[in-house]
Design a protein around this ligand. Sequence first.
Ligand SMILES: NC(=O)c1ccc[n+]([C@@H]2O[C@H](COP(=O)([O-])OP(=O)(O)OC[C@H]3O[C@@H](n4cnc5c(N)ncnc54)[C@H](O)[C@@H]3O)[C@@H](O)[C@H]2O)c1
Length: 295
Amino acid sequence: MKNITVIGSGTMGNGIAHTFAQNGFNVSLVDINESALQKALQTISTNLDRQIKKGAIEESAKAATLANIKTFTNINEGAATAELVVEAATENRDIKLKLFKQLSEICKDNAILASNTSSISITEIAAVTTNPGNVIGMHFMNPVPVMKLIEVIRGYATTDTVTNTIIDLSRQLGKEPVEVNDYPGFVANRILMPMINEAIYTLFEGVAGVYEIDTVMKLGMAHPMGPLQLADFIGLDVCLAILKVLHAGFGNSKYAPCPLLVNMVTAGHLGVKTGSGFYTYTPGSKDLVVAPKFV
Ligand SMILES: NC(=O)c1ccc[n+]([C@@H]2O[C@H](COP(=O)([O-])OP(=O)(O)OC[C@H]3O[C@@H](n4cnc5c(N)ncnc54)[C@H](O)[C@@H]3O)[C@@H](O)[C@H]2O)c1
């Protein structure tokens, strides 16, 4: 396998493209938005500089990695020769179903179609394609070049061959694949999102402030980052979308999104990507500049 198409060049898409390109794959990065593609190339370049500075890669790896990435706004051109597509477009069911229907018409019959969805059913996505056995979940973690885990999600129809190919490929990327079955939130978000939602409820109910909640979880539970800061990094819109899937999928009120999260998303305060969430950030940077807003 050599030709990989990544659909969506946002937070996750740029990291997935970076990781495949750094490991010698030809990457076609597709987004409907040209400025998102340019921003992704800029982010990849900055992240490669950071890896060089840390001594994680050689200086020469930067040019080689960037040379492996081509960008497209036209999905027909970007996906035609793909052996594997990794879809990392916006977490929206209708967008993903439309994309997979389109991909199954554009791509070769034996192409594997993977989704990086955090919560949408792989079985449902597969059902709109002509070859559901070739559809699988490949759930990378943020930031992709750094995080070791890939949650490999088997849909109802996913074949053993496709699962084993994705497990081998994940190891080629230096990642640790973990195989799970297709139920709402899979494993990672079924456990993580209720914790983040509970942290938001704790803030909403005035039990403690942002700093206090994150500090309890960092120093008390040895989490590298507090749940509210983590929510900012993931994107509050993404967190809300996943909670809605858990709520609808299990029909259990324990997954109901906190009204404060709903309000923040409605107001466009989406975390790092908009410069404002539970914390505020320097535009275009992940550095915290202002301590907690709600104290
Ligand atoms: N953010 C995280 O920490 C995280 C972690 C794991 C998985 N995910 C999943 O990864 C996926 C992407 O999330 P993100 O945080 O990168 O989102 P994002 O909002 O940062 O980026 C999404 C990108 O998709 C593009 N897009 C939308 N519709 C498209 C289409 N039809 N064709 C091509 N491009 C399209 C948008 O222009 C945007 O650039 C989601 O399914 C999300 O659930 C996110």
